[in-house]
Design a protein around this ligand. Structure first.
Ligand SMILES: [Zn+2]
Length: 454
């Protein structure tokens, strides 16, 4: 009995010693290569080339840039090192040769704050003793900037790239919500606003039903974050309600103005380069359960590659946004679905439909009939000369719509006019261009609605 207590005691001593020696004794001695020196490593005061700020962020908010960063954890609450934060510096560089659609994050990586303008230097009170925040209002809409935020001595945190995007062209999430709610208040008998799910980041996904007709058409916006949607769809709905209430008594429009608002909001708030996927980095338009297992390689991306801009997801309908769209379409059973794509809030007249749809002549006939009606309504082309492009891939919404609902569905892509396409695809959409396409889609959708009622 005495022996076993002694063994237990020795075992505990051994464990205690082992714990101590691993963390603070053996390792430093081993690393120093000096068996006589057992002193613990102490935090050295970093040299001036140490980065004394962390988690830098810059975003655009309506009329200003907001630049912020935290004290480094090493310095946070260390009074004797607080002199590092006596002065905060903000640097800014304009990036006029950043090319949307060609340049991505790599453009900014090699930029150097030493070549940027120092736009602020001075005392700044941190919130909660550790977060510095600066607002830059001397900015021009449409301009790409790069910021750095630095302490008195340390290397600045950055580059922090951000674009000032016109909120009249790129509607913030709040604007979309507000305009939907205003329509409901103004036309209570004709408008319902509903939540049909939550996004990956738990934002409410909003839908509208406009009209009293049992038959309906469906509009979906911004499945791809940097493309078109809410600005066209809500304009169309507002103007139908103002000018065609009689039409809406016979046929309805159901709409999801912004199907991927998590990432669209990042684009709105200034991410300079094109964003496509949802917050899980899944391409919603490759995530539908329609030939989902077939690997597609459009644009030089493979849909089974999680790094790719067209990643289909870990499994079919894995994404909240996909599930919400599917349930919405199944419950409303629209006659036809239009999904707005292309770029920078503009979708043109090019109509893309499922390549699988070509297997059914009656499906192609019905699809072509809707396309012709839309084109005739837009009235800027002879519909007989245009062709629907049957190319939408596995996992896309149009392919799912064909296979699951037997409903014609179109991704609305590039404008026919080369100058307009060049403008939107380089993210230079202005208010006049947006207005032109809002009006064009209003005429097209009105024509489609009329064709259904008569
Ligand atoms: Zn798209």
């Amino acid at each position: 009995m005495a022996k076993s207590i002694k063994q237990l005691f020795n075992r505990r001593s051994f464990l205690g010693l082992a714990g101590l020696s691993t963390s603070s004794f053996v390792m430093p001695t081993f690393l120093n290569g000096n068996k006589g020196d057992i002193s613990l490593p102490v935090a050295q005061e970093p040299t001036p080339d140490y980065q004394t700020l962390r988690e830098g962020e810059a975003y655009f908010d309506t009329n200003k840039m907001v630049i912020s960063a935290y004290k480094s954890m090493r310095y946070y609450k260390k009074k004797e090192l607080s002199y590092h934060y006596d002065q905060i510096r903000i640097y800014r560089m304009e990036c006029p040769d950043f090319k949307f659609g060609i340049d991505y994050s790599e453009y900014f990586r090699t930029l150097d704050h030493k070549k940027a303008a120092l736009i602020f230097q001075g005392k700044m009170e941190p919130s909660l003793d550790n977060k510095f925040r600066y607002e830059d209002k001397a900015i021009k809409l449409g301009t790409v900037y790069c910021y750095w935020i630095g302490s008195a001595l340390g290397v600045p945190e950055g580059p922090l790239p951000v674009k000032a995007r016109d909120p009249e062209i790129w509607w913030p999430y709040e604007t979309v919500q507000k305009r939907a709610d205003e329509l409901q208040k103004k036309f209570p008998a004709l408008v319902q606003v509903n939540q049909i799910g939550v996004t990956t980041n738990k934002r409410p996904l909003v839908s509208l039903k406009v009209g009293q007709g049992k038959r309906c058409i469906a509009l979906v916006g911004a499945v791809h974050a940097g493309e078109a949607g809410p600005e066209i769809i809500l304009y169309v709905l507002e103007n139908l309600l103002e000018n065609h209430p009689d039409l809406l008594k016979k046929v309805s429009v159901v709409a999801i103005p912004s199907a991927n608002p998590d990432m669209r909001e990042r684009q709105v708030k200034g991410n300079p380069w094109y964003l496509r996927r949802n917050a899980n980095l899944v391409d919603i338009n490759r995530n539908f359960p329609a030939n989902w297992g077939d690997v597609e390689t459009t644009y030089g991306y493979s849909t089974d590659d999680p790094q790719s801009n067209t990643y289909r997801g870990a499994f079919a309908e894995s994404e909240n946004e996909t599930v919400a769209i599917m349930q919405f379409m199944k419950s409303h059973k629209p006659e036809v679905i239009f999904s707005y794509h292309c770029l920078a809030s503009i979708a043109g007249q090019t109509l893309a439909a499922s390549k699988d749809g070509l297997q059914s002549k009656s499906f192609v006939d019905r699809s072509n009939a809707y396309a012709n009606t839309l084109w005739q309504g837009m009235a800027n082309r002879d519909a007989a000369q245009e062709k629907v492009l049957y190319l939408c891939t596995a996992g896309s919404m149009p392919t799912w719509s064909y296979k699951e609902l037997n409903t014609p569905a179109f991704d609305i892509e590039a404008p026919f006019e080369a100058a307009d396409l060049a403008q939107c695809k380089t993210d230079q959409t202005d208010r006049a261009l947006l207005k032109k396409y809002q009006e064009m889609h209003l005429r097209g959708i009105t024509a489609v609605l009329k064709s259904i009622t008569f």
